[in-house]
Design a protein around this ligand. Structure first.
Ligand code: UD1
Ligand code: CA
Length: 455
């Protein structure tokens, strides 16, 4: 099989973003635009990926650290033809080249594959689109017979050519040998003084290489991002797609426009998600899960039948089946809930295992803790896990009962079936089935006269 060299142009500054971040590192759906292009093209067979960097080159390279990508530096941006030329020394003559753009993030793999197939037949595959307003784009010039014969850039176009609504998306594929021939023949003798990649179209036509223009399924696939307005518009379109995919997999969304997915989400059937939910990173949701409004769930697993109530935040949490979380719960990294566990309102957990059927219902901090099954943690209980230097563990056995407003000073163990009286500060082991109480005895004075205000 032929090799496929993918050249992704990412050298431009993107000055209209008004940003210190290189444009291609701005995100759609929580992932940089350049990463979208790389991920979507990576799944093509035998793909070698070349990224042409220039503005913010070091920043872009760092963002792609550890990925199998070759970089070519375009120190000065002299045009799209010049940009592709920088990658050519790394590309052999025997395969096919696909040119993509780091600021055109949502081109689908299927569209790319179609262009590559054309190039593998020795022809020139060109992606074009018909726009109501073609201003600024390169126009596709066709012969009377309907064959593509040239691309004329807007600034170089005649009035008649400017009336053409079929435009160049910039995305194309062709045999590497032809590209290698043509690139050195480009000149910068045009309105912008740039080396236009688009001039190779006329060269192909002259040499009788068949140019086959195809169109993307949607306009957004070829939409470039030049400013934050376009970024936001593309983000909404992308999110709509994510929401639709989830609905087709069995999720009911209160409002598809008010869910944001910024990562990879897997879902079971009969999942219900209310408005303003954000799913980030890797999230796996089981069957019959309900997620109420305003929850943020990041890199977490939620078991079947669990209910996440409004305004809860989960990060790197593993929730088993039939758990009850929130409202206003915060599960921080390392929180793990067994089946039927409950973490209620204004409870924060971190590196904590909460056993089957156990409840932490109100106003608690549970950190570095190992809690058994059927434990009740009273309102306001705090695991004091930090002495200012070290973190220590709190262990609580099955069936223990911790009264409200207790402080458990770690390292400390509370045995199975033990009881801690409300308002206690526990510093020593409580053995199984013991009652521990540390609060002062209550004293009552008879006929107490409250002070009166001085005249
Ligand atoms: C280009 C096409 C035009 C097409 C349009 C689609 C050419 C000559 N024109 O025009 O036909 O309709 O895209 O959006 O190709 N880049 C580099 N190095 C450079 C120049 C550009 O990396 O020296 C990158 C830019 O960062 C950008 C992309 O290539 O991502 C397109 O460059 P841009 O200058 O925006 O091309 P257009 O003038 O829009
Ligand atoms: Ca452009």
């Amino acid at each position: 099989m032929n090799t496929l060299d993918i050249v992704i142009l990412a050298a431009g500054q993107g000055s209209r973003m008004k940003s210190s971040l290189p444009k291609v590192l701005h995100s759609i759906g929580g992932k940089s635009m350049l990463q979208h292009v790389i991920d979507n093209s990576r799944s093509l067979d035998n793909a070698n990926i070349h990224v042409v960097v220039g503005h913010g080159a070091e920043h872009v390279k760092t963002a792609l650290l550890g990925q199998n990508v070759q970089f070519a530096l375009q120190a000065e941006q002299l045009g799209t033809g010049h940009a592709v030329a920088q990658a050519m020394p790394n590309i052999t003559d025997d395969g096919v080249v696909l040119v993509l753009y780091g600021d055109v993030p949502l081109t689908q793999t299927e569209t790319m594959a179609e262009l590559v197939k054309i190039a593998e037949r020795g022809q020139f595959g060109l992606l074009t689109v018909n726009l109501d307003d073609p201003t600024g784009y390169g126009r596709i010039v066709r012969s009377d017979a309907g064959d593509v014969v040239a691309i004329v850039e807007h600034k170089d176009a005649s009035e008649a050519q400017r009336a053409i609504r079929e435009v160049n998306t910039g995305i194309l594929a062709l045999p590497a040998a032809l590209l290698n021939d043509w690139i050195p023949q480009l000149s910068s003798n045009n309105a912008q003084g740039e080396y236009y990649l688009t001039d190779i179209i006329a060269m192909a036509a002259e040499q009788g290489v068949r140019i086959q223009a195809i169109q993307p399924a949607t306009e957004q696939e070829v939409q470039g991002v030049n400013n934050r307005l376009q970024q936001a518009a593309l983000e909404r379109w992308y999110q709509r797609g994510r929401a639709e995919a989830l609905m087709l997999e069995g999720v009911s969304l209160a409002d598809p426009a008010r869910l944001d997915v910024r990562g990879e989400v897997s879902v079971g059937h009969d999942v219900t998600i209310d408005i303003n939910v954000i799913l980030e990173g890797k999230v796996a949701v089981g069957d019959k899960v309900t997620i109420e409004a305003n929850c943020i769930i990041k890199d977490s697993i939620i078991g079947s039948g669990s209910h996440i109530k409004a305004n809860s935040m989960l990060e790197q949490a593993v929730v088993a089946d039939h758990c009850d979380i929130g409202p206003y719960a915060r599960l921080r990294p390392g929180s793990q809930l067994a089946n039927y566990a409950k973490v209620g309102n204004f409870v924060e957990t971190k590196k904590a295992f909460i056993g089957e059927g156990s409840k932490v219902s109100h106003l608690s901090y549970i950190g570095d803790a190992q809690i058994g099954a059927e434990v009740n943690i009273g309102a306001g209980t705090i695991t004091c896990n930090y002495d200012g230097v070290n973190k220590s563990i709190t262990e609580i056995g099955d069936g223990a009962f911790v009264g409200s407003n207790s402080a458990l000073v770690a390292p400390v163990k509370i045995g199975a079936g033990a009881t801690v009286g409300a308002g206690s500060t526990i510093t020593k082991t409580v053995e199984a089935d013991q009652l521990a109480l540390t609060r002062a005895k209550q004293s009552n004075l008879n006929n107490w006269q409250r002070p009166v205000k001085k005249a």
